[in-house]
Design a protein around this ligand. Structure first.
Ligand code: ATP
Ligand code: MG
Length: 247
């Protein structure tokens, strides 16, 4: 079972959008689960899954509830979801109360290893014990980068966090998110970043009303606009992630 985290220290950069579209692509060829780790529940909403009542952060972390018991199916039979839960606001505190917080998420996910080939984690923004536990569990960390000079900083922050890890380190895969080709700085950075950083794929997701429509359709973009530029870009992103997973 391979674990892919959609993560950034920064908020609002396209993590949830990427997680949902990557999960859809992955599920075309693999048994796939998306775990919505953000109490905001964006991915849960986009995949039309009801928020969960049972199995709060405390029970899951302590092992009195099993992750397998809180899995829901989606409208698409090939894709399952663990919906968000309000209690994920205190996931950090729950992890902190365990012996090895940084390894706890990987431990919890181990019970799903026989059921799924790919697990996509939609992560809340920030830098916390939860992020540490996510990075430790992940094989690949997908980092959406806005085309601004500050975005390199957010990639550097993830790189530094990964470099500080003692054991297994995930592969970092950056891509450009919300690029507006009418802006010179966006065009420049979209070309430069993949050239200058080995961790950034030459995948550019344009800023597009079609992506925003996901919130109305409540579905991955490939299901309602399969030949649109952003849908093809997310397909290319999955191809890049998939290649990184098999390395
Ligand atoms: N390529 C795009 N073009 C236009 N709008 C986009 C694009 N990608 C994402 N958005 C919109 O930007 C907003 C933020 O995206 P998203 O929720 O994926 O970011 P996030 O990083 O998960 O945010 P958070 O840190 O709050 O979890 C959403 O309203 C989404 O629809
Ligand atoms: Mg999000």
């Amino acid at each position: 079972m391979k674990i892919v985290a959609s993560y950034s220290v920064k908020g609002g950069v396209g993590k949830t959008t990427a997680a949902v579209n990557l999960a859809w692509s992955a599920s075309r060829e693999h048994r796939t689960l998306l775990w919505d780790l953000d109490p905001q529940g964006g991915a849960t909403y986009l995949l039309q899954v009801k928020p969960r009542v049972r199995g709060d952060a405390h029970d899951l972390v302590r092992g009195t509830a099993d992750l397998a018991d809180v899995v829901r199916s989606t409208a698409d039979k090939r894709l399952d979801v663990i919906p968000a839960h309000d209690s994920y606001r205190v996931l950090d505190l729950e992890l902190d109360a365990t012996k090895r917080p940084e390894r706890q998420l990987a431990k919890m996910l181990a019970s799903l290893a026989k059921r799924y080939d790919v697990v996509i984690l939609d992560c809340p923004p920030g830098m916390s014990l939860l992020s540490e536990s996510i990075l430790t569990a992940a094989d690949v960390v997908v980092v959406p980068l806005l085309p601004s000079p500050l975005s390199m900083r957010s990639l550097d922050q993830v790189t530094a966090m990964v470099a500080a890890m003692k054991r297994r380190r995930p592969t970092i895969v950056g891509f450009l998110s919300m690029v507006d080709r009418r802006k010179t700085i966006h065009r420049d950075l979209a070309e430069r970043l993949p050239r200058e950083s080995a961790n950034v794929l030459p995948v550019v997701v344009p800023a597009s009303a079609m992506v925003e429509r996901m919130g109305v359709e409540r579905a991955p973009i490939a299901t309602f606009a399969p030949r649109s530029v952003p849908a093809l870009a997310y397909g290319a992103l999955w191809a890049g992630v998939s290649a990184a997973l098999s390395r």
